[in-house]
Design a protein around this ligand. Structure first.
Ligand SMILES: [Zn+2]
Length: 109
């Protein structure tokens, strides 16, 4: 999980507050989940300590793993084989991070 740092003070992460919002651990700036702006395949999550962060969507990781595996199976060039191996490792690492953050395994897999 990559921790989301407060954009107001840039000093601390957000922790979950009793009202369901997230609050900066330093300046107390509040963040609504609707205001979280993540890149395409990233999804937000909360770790066991209540800290807000993000990981790659597990469904996107499974798709990337499938594509990398197919590329690896049909690779004829050592460089392509190596690149596919790295892509497969990266996607597996992303999937593991999402599972560790408590996200469910995609149901359509
Ligand atoms: Zn702050």
């Amino acid at each position: 999980m990559i921790t989301i740092i407060c954009g107001e003070c840039t000093r601390a992460p957000f922790g979950i507050a009793p009202d369901g919002l997230f609050q900066c651990d330093h300046c107390r700036h509040s963040l609504d989940l609707r205001d979280i702006d993540l890149d395409g395949s990233d999804v937000w999550c909360v770790d066991s300590a209540g800290t807000l962060g993000y990981v790659v969507d597990p469904a996107a990781s499974l798709t990337a793993m499938s594509e990398a595996l197919e590329e690896w199976l049909y690779a004829t060039e050592p460089a392509v084989l190596h690149y596919a191996s790295l892509s497969l490792r990266d996607a597996l690492t992303d999937l593991r991070a999402a599972m560790c953050a408590g996200l469910p395994f995609p149901s359509h897999a």
